[in-house]
Design a protein around this ligand. Structure first.
Ligand SMILES: [Fe+2]
Length: 236
């Protein structure tokens, strides 16, 4: 694994040195993403291969991980997967570990794509954050806030949305944008430099909630080409 390097010239990410620091560091001062860079021992590819699944999304519970027939390197990977989840559960989180061969796409793409391949922010009605780690396969991607435009603010897109809505650009329309999550999706500006979250690194990113002191962190699931390895992703 290559060591994580910060996207150049981007001050919204703070690198920390431990799980404890990830938990204890508040968002603020513009920082909306915390990253604990890690180079993990263990063969996560072996874990994925031993699942014997080739499509869709499989959620792995502890019992399944513990019964996989793996080598010592696979066992080392499993120990890390279990330990990360234990740490999160100890902090009242509800982590989910998924092996992902593919995500569902929007069935009928409207004026704004709303699937996980589209840059977006997560949102919550109360204070919240999102934890992410890609152990294997293509890693999650981030987009600098200053290189992103809300899709609902793009003139053509907004006109298309107004047409779908069939009304005026008023409070009801904004409610419609929010209900459909259209207002959470972003388009990269032409010269944007999306960055990778990397493999093995544990991230805590800011979510869009009323009262958040920072803009939410914009991210997406990577596009996966046929033949690429599945993703092994922890999310909480
Ligand atoms: Fe997300």
């Amino acid at each position: 694994m290559t060591p994580f390097t910060l996207p150049p010239g981007y001050a919204r990410i703070k690198v920390v040195k431990s799980f404890h620091e990830l938990v204890a560091t508040p968002f603020g001062g513009g920082v909306n993403a915390l990253c604990w860079p890690r180079t993990l021992a263990g063969d996560f590819g072996e874990v994925v291969a031993q699942l014997g699944v080739s499509e869709g999304i499989v959620t792995l519970d502890d019992a399944r991980l513990l019964t996989l027939p793996v080598s010592a390197a696979g066992r080392a990977a499993i120990d890390i997967l279990l330990e990360d989840q234990r740490l999160l559960r100890d902090h009242d989180r509800d982590p989910v570990l998924n092996c992902i061969h593919g995500y569902p796409r929007d069935e009928e793409p409207g004026p704004v794509p709303t699937d996980v391949f589209s840059f977006h922010t997560d949102s919550a009605p109360v204070e919240a954050d999102t934890w992410l780690c890609t152990y294997h396969g293509p890693a999650s991607e981030g987009l600098r806030n200053d290189e992103a435009q809300r899709r609902v603010d793009l003139r053509e897109t907004r006109a298309g949305l107004l047409k779908c809505f069939g009304g005026e650009d008023d409070a009801d329309f904004r409610e419609y944008l929010s209900e459909n999550c259209y207002d959470l999706h972003y388009a990269p500006v032409p010269q944007a430099r999306p960055f990778s979250f990397g493999l093995g690194n544990l991230w805590r990113i800011a979510v869009d909630w009323p009262g958040s002191p920072v803009p939410a962190c914009i991210h997406r699931a990577p596009e996966t080409a046929p033949g690429q390895p599945p993703r092994l992703l922890l999310i909480s």
